[in-house]
Design a protein around this ligand. Structure first.
Ligand SMILES: NC(=O)c1ccc[n+]([C@@H]2O[C@H](COP(=O)([O-])OP(=O)(O)OC[C@H]3O[C@@H](n4cnc5c(N)ncnc54)[C@H](O)[C@@H]3O)[C@@H](O)[C@H]2O)c1
Length: 418
């Protein structure tokens, strides 16, 4: 069990309910996580849910329900208050809200104060737009000009779609970008218009190459969204590490071991003790784990992302990218966005896509399971849940943090439903 509990914070929310938030986290130096490093404030230690819980849909919180637009407007208020251009604030809020809505809480409201900090500290700009450095009929090389990642991502995706309409494919690579949130936002932006969409980004080094001791690559996500019939779609959106760093932080917080295949210690040895993985002590294993379980395939995929991003873009890449949580230098991330017109190939793409997905979904499930899913289904289920409850549900810790940030920025907090 943990030796100490950092602090207990009580936040009174507007509906009158009072939440006691106990942050059970071993005291520094073990706590080298995001909020603590960045904000350098013990008062903030408890509050950033992202550093204590980066949740996936597998562990959606039981909490307070907030209407979708309410979440978006709150995010916009926070971002504009620190000087973000309205359109940039809205672009960011859309992506963060989509993450929460889809059940990827690690990349939603949790991360808001990271972006607030980026704009407030002026390490990221909002007084300029991305620009095209050079282009051909099917390609474009873009300078993100260090604006918010979603602004760069939307700009590049829309450009890729425009080119795909004319040339059958649009392949756009950007340098000078920032963290763009969930990769699936951009692939779905293309698939919503009938195109196959792909997006990739490099990220701060956290993942060790197979056989290596030290992290070299980021969790470099990959996404493909492909339209199927009747509004259905295949949406693969995944990190190329076995698990997100937040899942390891969660095990750490609970005092539980991590499974094999998740992380290594400072010697590059697979470990089950999250303490030895976190901070700058160890690293994450690529998707697949160690060499015996084919982790080199995840390592290869992470490299592939870097080829499309940092190497093609001439931006920072691999270990040259600023360390996770470091906001003293510009991120200069490389990103890649692709749109493909399925009509450039065999007719009937959406029907065949639906056929294959239905074959998978109607496969006989293993004992103990009731259904077989395809990529995108878990997120659809979460969105359905949000629809039924009238909004996104947040853990009380997140609500407490939201009040804290609202107070700090002197903006109105979100109205909560219950
Ligand atoms: N911007 C960044 O730097 C960055 C880095 C890493 C990850 N991310 C984002 O984090 C989010 C979470 O990534 P993750 O790898 O933890 O996702 P995940 O492991 O929760 O899901 C990965 C994919 O698997 C699918 N899936 C899940 N369960 C399934 C099942 N039973 N059957 C079929 N398919 C299933 C999901 O629909 C999803 O497409 C993603 O949106 C990703 O883009 C962003």
């Amino acid at each position: 069990m943990f030796a100490a509990v950092c602090r207990v914070v009580t936040a009174t929310v507007s509906a009158g309910a009072t939440y006691s938030v106990t942050h059970s986290h071993k005291v520094a130096p073990a706590c080298s996580t995001f909020a603590c490093l960045r904000l350098k404030s013990p008062e903030r230690h408890y509050n950033n849910y992202c550093h204590s819980r980066r949740m996936s849909s597998a562990e959606a919180p039981q909490g307070v329900v907030v209407e979708l637009d309410e979440v978006k407007q709150y995010m916009v208020r926070c971002m504009t208050k620190v000087g973000t251009k309205q359109a940039h604030a809205e672009a960011l809020a859309d992506v963060l809200l989509a993450a929460d809505h889809r059940g990827h809480y690690s990349h939603g409201l949790n991360r808001l104060d990271m972006y607030v900090h980026d704009i407030r500290s002026k390490i990221c700009r909002s007084d300029i737009e991305p620009s095209i450095i050079k282009e051909t009929a099917a390609t474009a090389y873009v300078n993100g000009n260090n604006v918010l990642g979603p602004v760069v991502g939307n700009f590049c995706t829309d450009l890729a779609i425009k080119k795909a309409k004319e040339a059958g494919i649009g392949w756009v690579v950007a340098k000078g970008s920032n963290h763009f949130g969930i990769a699936g936002w951009y692939s779905m932006r293309a698939s919503d218009q009938g195109f196959l969409g792909m997006a990739f980004t490099d990220t701060s080094p956290l993942v060790v190459p197979t056989r290596a001791r030290k992290p070299v690559l980021g969790t470099n996500p990959i996404t493909l969204a492909a339209p199927a019939a009747e509004g259905d779609s295949f949406v693969l959106d995944m990190a190329t590490s076995t698990c997100a760093v937040g899942k390891i932080e969660l095990q750490h917080r609970k005092g539980l071991p991590i499974p094999n295949g998740w992380g290594v210690d400072s010697e590059g040895k697979e470990v089950n003790d999250p303490e030895k993985v976190l901070g700058s002590k160890g690293g994450l294993l690529p998707l697949g784990g160690t060499e015996i379980s084919s982790g080199y395939k995840g390592y290869g995929l992470g490299m592939m992302v870097e080829v499309f991003c940092g190497i093609l873009a001439g931006s920072a890449y691999g270990p040259n990218i600023r360390k996770w949580m470091n906001t003293t230098t510009e991120a200069d991330l490389g990103q890649c966005f692709v749109a493909i017109d399925p009509d450039a190939f065999a007719p009937g793409f959406p029907d065949r896509m639906s056929d294959l997905m239905n074959i998978c979904r109607t496969s006989q499930p293993i004992e103990g399971e009731t259904e077989v899913l395809v990529a995108g289904d878990p997120e659809r289920k979460h969105m359905e849940k949000c629809k039924n409850q009238g909004g996104v549900d947040y853990h009380p810790n997140q609500i407490a943090h939201m009040y804290e940030l609202a107070k700090q920025l002197d903006v109105a907090p979100m109205n909560i439903k219950n």
